[in-house]
Design a protein around this ligand. Structure first.
Ligand code: PFF
Length: 448
């Protein structure tokens, strides 16, 4: 008997859930610190170029693959080509790799919800900096919070699409948006904020190398949840009535908007406090609390709201990562949803324990010379997402029949997609070699 595939409850629900997957730690934690490490506005421009040229087009492709087959990543790709099934499998692997460190940072964010109401913002800037360093390098505290974060994922994903993911996204994504606008406003009105805006918006190309391009491409994929089938999976739940290019455009615009807003919230404050832009992964957990500390009593309220919202943004992304693995197990291996969720959760917990302990307790790994946290991060974002995106473009451009795509993207000719030819040309001819070239130059550059 054929079971009807569960659908999203509503259009807004889907957009918010897909945007919920895209908008997450990648925008608020990762984008600002990568920008800081890669010299500011030149990195942002390259990132924006990749979003427009590659990201949004791959997202349209992923939605089309998912909805036309009604199957999650592995099944969707297998429907079109058995030879490329490995691409879906690579996506499942990427989901595990990202979920090997994402819950650690999600846990930091949860911990900062509590820190917000226990006096963090009464501390001096130096003490705020030290608190974060001491916290993440500890053994038990970060593990505790990471496990809570993961348990929340398990609860949501176990409930299935409509009941869990969609409801959570509907309320909390708009909250995050509004909060970031408030913080950005406070940040740009601090004394000395102008240098931060210059850092963000006056390009200096002297720092740009092959690695900058690879980092920007990796960030574009990571931030838009592409290259690993998350958007194939979400697309598979989307009703036949929706227009795919329009939805992809909205999700991309929201995602980029939040990243830029996070940058505007952080860099003016960072320069105002005289900090180094290349702070690394601690940036959001150090600079933002300093802004709140400046605000007096209101800071506690804002801080609390901010870290609740950040935790939720992280959660709506991590559930989509977990859903990639879970829907694979359900569709391809006939595993029950609950069993799939628990099994997946246990493996992710073990990986995240390794990642969390690598922040201070473990020494860096031999050969790789980095810890598990960085290893999972580098492998997913600099290797697998890009490769996955390249293969998804190849399958879409070279294997799926062009007319099938045209029908899918115009809803059987009932809606318009004026840029169809341009999109198809990019997916077929430009995007695969572009990703390949960026990857090769980036890797050569790392070797040197
Ligand atoms: N896009 C998410 C973020 O920016 O935090 C991370 C992510 C979610 C990456 C889902 C990949 C994915 F499939």
């Amino acid at each position: 008997m054929e079971v009807k595939r569960e659908n999203w409850g509503s259009r807004v629900g889907f957009v918010l859930a897909a945007a919920g997957s895209a908008v997450g730690l990648g925008n608020i934690w990762r984008f600002p610190y990568l920008t800081g490490e890669n010299g500011g506005s030149a990195f942002i421009l390259i990132y924006l170029m990749f979003i427009v040229l590659i990201g949004v087009n791959v997202m349209i492709a992923e939605f089309a693959l998912g909805r036309s087959t009604g199957l999650a990543a592995v099944g969707a790709i297998k429907t079109y080509s058995h030879r490329f099934t490995f691409v879906g499998a690579m996506g499942v692997l990427s989901a595990f790799l990202i979920m090997g460190f994402y819950p650690v940072v999600g846990g930091w964010s949860l911990a900062y919800v509590l820190e917000s109401v226990t006096g963090l913002y009464a501390q001096s800037p130096e003490a705020i900096d030290e608190t974060f360093g001491a916290f993440i390098t500890g053994a038990t505290q970060p593990l505790f919070w990471m496990l809570i974060f993961l348990a929340m994922n398990i609860l949501i994903v176990a409930k299935g699409i409509k009941g869990g993911i969609e409801k959570a996204a509907k309320v909390l994504m708009p909250t995050l948006f509004i909060l970031l606008i408030f913080i950005a406003f406070r940040s740009v009105t601090l004394d000395g904020a102008g240098d931060g805006l210059a850092f963000l918006f006056q390009p200096d190309f002297s720092q740009v190398t092959g690695q900058t391009f690879l980092a920007a491409l990796g960030q574009a994929f990571f931030s838009l949840s592409l290259g690993m089938g998350a958007m194939i999976t979400y697309g598979s739940y989307l009703s036949k009535k929706e227009t795919l290019p329009g939805n992809a455009g909205i999700v991309t615009a929201l995602d980029v908007g939040v990243a830029l807003l996070a940058g505007v919230a952080m860099f003016p404050a960072l320069f105002a406090f005289g900090l180094e832009p290349a702070q690394g992964p601690g940036l959001v957990f150090v600079v933002i609390p300093m802004v709140f500390a400046e605000m007096g009593g209101l800071g506690t309220l804002f801080g609390l709201l901010f870290f609740v919202a950040l935790s939720v943004a992280a959660l709506t992304s991590s559930v989509s990562l977990m859903e990639v693995v879970v829907s694979y197990l359900i569709d391809q291996r006939d595993v029950q949803r609950k069993k799939a969720v628990y099994g997946t959760g246990i493996v992710m917990a073990l990986m995240s324990i390794l990642a969390s302990l690598s922040m201070g307790v473990f020494d860096p790994l031999p050969v790789f010379e980095v810890g598990f946290f960085d290893l999972f991060d580098i492998l997913s974002d600099k290797v697998f997402l890009g490769l996955g995106g390249m293969f998804i473009a190849i399958v879409t451009g070279w294997i799926v029949d062009k007319e099938v795509l045209r029908k899918e993207l115009t809803n059987d000719g009932t809606t318009k997609f004026g840029l169809f030819e341009a999109w198809h040309f990019l997916i077929k001819w430009i995007i695969p070699p572009a990703i390949f070239i960026v990857a090769i130059f980036g890797i050569i550059d790392i070797e040197q």
